[in-house]
Ligand binder design. Structure first.
Ligand code: BYC
Length: 335
């Protein structure tokens, strides 16, 4: 995700001036708005306003980066999974996340920016990725908790994106959501086994993991609606279908009962059923912590970025070899 302003307005003497559109551009803009209002999908070859393109590129590339950075916390446990079955499941899940990154980079490329440019933005620290992956995985229970809560939050946020107005993104999301649903269930299943058949120490390990991941998961949905600068326009364009706060509330409501079945306590003394709202009330989120993590000061930001940059540098010879091979093939065909 790119943090530079998407402001295409002219500024004069401190005043903000609307960009003047030509008559042709106005007609195109009018047709585009009508299509969005009618709930039509936009394809890569269709005309679209510059800011729509930039907003999509920001969100889809952030999403792609989140998938590949998200491989790191769980990847950390592949060599230490407790059984062959859990190791095979975890391997498959981490590979799936890599695949999700690839679908999303491909969707973002249709907007006219190369994968190299997007990765350069990630590696130089200009692009964002989800705050959640800057927290450490301290025990095996963290792996199950990531599946249950992190993938659970991700699905809640991603199902509405299957109806995003930009068709290549919406199509990628349909496939991703199917796989995320398996990810969430494997995490919950792993925790259920530890809680039901495990030792007291294993149950305590699960509770400790839930205590550490709960609040960062609530932050994943982004800032409160009244402090979310991109929401209004994202909703207007049909990129965002459901607001940050509504999704966060749906997530809390879904998790309370799941936690009861598991036998864990959600670490929030203010969690209580509100009969009038027909929702669970929950305590205040520490938004200072969120902005610190988003700003690069989370517990693992430096480690995550360094791991991605190293993977990119170590893979240079593979990219060079593939390119040399492709050039040789092209020369052969030309001859
Ligand atoms: N982390 O105006 P707002 C996964 C930023 S990976 C970091 O509400 P918007 C998985 C936001 O970018 C799932 N930054 O923004 C993988 C903006 O900054 P800029 C990842 C955040 O775009 C492996 C500023 O705060 N999911 O499932 O309307 C293993 C103001 O926010 C975050 C996606 O990427 C955050 N949590 O809404 C396991 C979903 N939240 O750019 C699992 C796609 C906000 O203005 N993205 N910011 O400087 C979205 O749905 C939306 O972009 C968001 C934010 C809801 C995240």
């Amino acid at each position: 995700m790119y943090t530079q302003a998407m402001d295409t307005m002219a500024r004069e003497g401190g005043a903000r001036l609307e960009k003047v559109l030509s008559a042709d551009e106005q007609a195109l803009q009018g047709r585009f708005d009508a299509r969005i209002d009618a709930g039509d999908f936009v394809e890569a070859k269709d005309w679209m306003p510059d800011n729509y393109r930039k907003t999509l590129l920001r969100q889809i590339s952030q999403h792609a980066h989140s998938e590949i950075v998200g491989m790191l916390p769980e990847g950390n446990w592949i060599s230490r999974a407790p059984t062959l079955k859990r190791k095979a499941i975890l391997l498959a899940k981490v590979q799936d996340e890599g695949g999700h990154g690839l679908y999303l980079y491909a969707a973002a490329e249709t907007l006219g920016t190369s994968r190299d440019q997007m990765l350069d933005a990630l590696h130089s620290g200009k692009a964002k990725y989800s705050s959640i992956f800057n927290y450490p995985t301290l025990s095996w229970a963290d792996v199950g908790t990531i599946g249950w809560l992190v993938d659970g939050a991700a699905i809640m946020n991603q199902v509405p994106i299957c109806r995003c107005s930009y068709a290549p993104y919406a199509r990628a999301m349909i496939r991703i959501c199917r796989e995320e649903s398996f990810h969430q269930r494997q995490g919950y299943d792993s925790l259920l086994v530890m809680m039901r058949d495990g030792t007291d120490a294993q149950r305590a390990m699960v509770q400790d993991a839930v205590n550490r991941w709960w609040w960062p998961c609530l932050m994943m949905f982004g800032p409160p609606d009244d402090q979310s600068p991109n929401s209004a326009q994202g909703m207007r364009w049909g990129i965002k279908r459901v607001s940050n706060d509504t999704l966060r509330q749906k997530f809390v409501d879904a998790c309370v009962q799941q936690a009861q079945v598991l036998g864990v306590t959600l670490p929030d003394p203010d969690l209580k059923w509100n009969e009038a709202r027909q929702h669970w009330d929950f305590g205040a989120i520490d938004w200072d912590e969120f902005w610190r993590v988003v700003g690069g000061e989370g517990p693992c930001n430096r480690e995550r970025l360094a791991a991605r940059v190293k993977a990119w540098d170590d893979g240079a010879w593979v990219r060079e070899a593939a390119l040399a091979h492709a050039n040789k093939q092209a020369m052969k065909e030309a001859a």
